[in-house]
Design a protein around this ligand. Structure first.
Ligand SMILES: N[C@@H](CCC(=O)N[C@@H](CS)C(=O)NCC(=O)O)C(=O)O
Length: 206
């Protein structure tokens, strides 16, 4: 059975849990990370030398990097329409997934850590306002893209929506200004029709 190591308050783990729940894949989750430990044990480094979560093992096959895990699981177990095979559609999926990790998280990561995991008297106001402003620009890009679409690649939910949908929940849940982005909000409401999204992503931030 598929094993997933990771704590449920990690956005990168949540994305993988949304995927497996959305696709009805049987799995076992093993709690790991931060104060829980496990990823600091010696044997874990054999699975993932970065000692990060999520890490998965699927019939002896070990994989880390959350967005790659999502692509692997959807390609292996998902219905065809969930993982595009057309080269251009596939490239667009990868574009949005890489954008989530390499652009949006550069701002959302520090903003989340500052507001949720840093005592108020130690918070850096300049960092918070700079990353919150950058997040507005990222969300504006999404809003523009979604104006003529129900989901990121078109009429249906695909693997593409998972990493990006996870950051959008965090942004709405953080106590920062949220300018009106009608298309983004409609898509966010559409995502909430998935019970897997509500249960795995829309958790209190901690
Ligand atoms: N790019 C990696 C990042 C993995 C990562 O940094 N995970 C964090 C949690 S979100 C982690 O392992 N933190 C250490 C810990 O929880 O002990 C991915 O997307 O999987």
């Amino acid at each position: 059975m598929l094993k997933i190591w990771g704590r449920t308050n990690s956005i990168n783990v949540q994305k993988v849990l949304w995927t497996v729940e959305e696709l009805n894949i049987h799995y076992q989750r093993i709690d790991a990370g931060l104060q829980i430990g496990v990823n600091n044990e010696e044997w874990f480094a054999n699975l993932n030398p970065n000692r990060t979560i999520p890490t998965i093992e699927d019939d002896g096959f070990v994989l880390w990097e959350s967005n790659v895990i999502i692509r692997y699981l959807t390609e292996r177990y998902g219905p065809e329409e969930f993982y595009p095979t057309d080269p251009q559609q596939k490239a667009l999926m990868e574009q949005w997934m890489d954008w989530q990790q390499t652009t949006v998280m550069l701002d959302l990561g520090p903003l989340f850590l500052s507001l949720i995991r840093t005592p108020k008297d130690q918070q850096d106001a300049e960092l918070i306002s700079r990353t919150a402003e950058n997040m507005e620009q990222h969300m504006a890009i999404l809003d523009g893209h979604l104006r003529d679409k129900d989901y990121l690649l078109g009429p249906k939910l695909t693997a593409t929506d998972i990493p990006v949908g996870a950051v959008v929940y965090r942004w709405y849940a953080l106590d920062v200004p949220h300018p009106e982005f009608p298309a983004l909000k409609d898509w966010y409401k559409r995502l909430q029709t998935s019970s897997a999204y509500r249960e795995q992503i829309m958790k209190p931030l901690s």
